[in-house]
Design a protein around this ligand. Sequence first.
Ligand SMILES: [Zn+2]
Length: 206
Amino acid sequence: MNIVSVPNWIRRFYRQAIWKIPTPEKVVYLTFDDGPTPMITESVMDLLDEYNAKATFFCIGSQVEKHERLFQNIQDRGHRVGNHTFNHISGWSSTPKDYLDDVERASQVISSGLFRPPYGRITKKQFNQIKKRYTVVFWDIIPGDFIQGITSKKLLKNTLKYLKSGSVIVFHDSIKCGDVLLETLPVLLEELKQRGYRLEVIPFEY
Ligand SMILES: [Zn+2]
């Protein structure tokens, strides 16, 4: 099942996390998970630059270790980074200790007060620990670039269907999603510009 927009009951369960960011201004927040990935992350940033857009990249610690310079480059170009665990583990199949250890390991290479759980899967117990040190950022819209065979047209449609000011949108600058993402992003950025939206980094930090 593809949940493009997150139901309210899930939002209520993690009330202290960020789902979207209420704002009277026309701002949306693009986020890119699972990088940094050579070529793909650079291409994403080049496109963002064309529109003077800033985004937040939730990086995997093991990827950061492999691509340190690219990780630094993300920050040098005015984007923001967040912790997305070291090994991209699911909270549902990890003990709280193992989960926290993995987040901690990632924090040694990713200095950020923002955290996003891989797959959005985190238990309440893990969440309660993590939120002591991080602002936990979920999303408002998950258009589904990871869905096998999704077309750029469908991805764009999913993104725009529920879009409003303050929306937090999740994409993946990974090898798996790179092609469809890079095909969609130019069209999306142009559309957002036409609609008068500014693209900014997630503003909060714990
Ligand atoms: Zn992820």
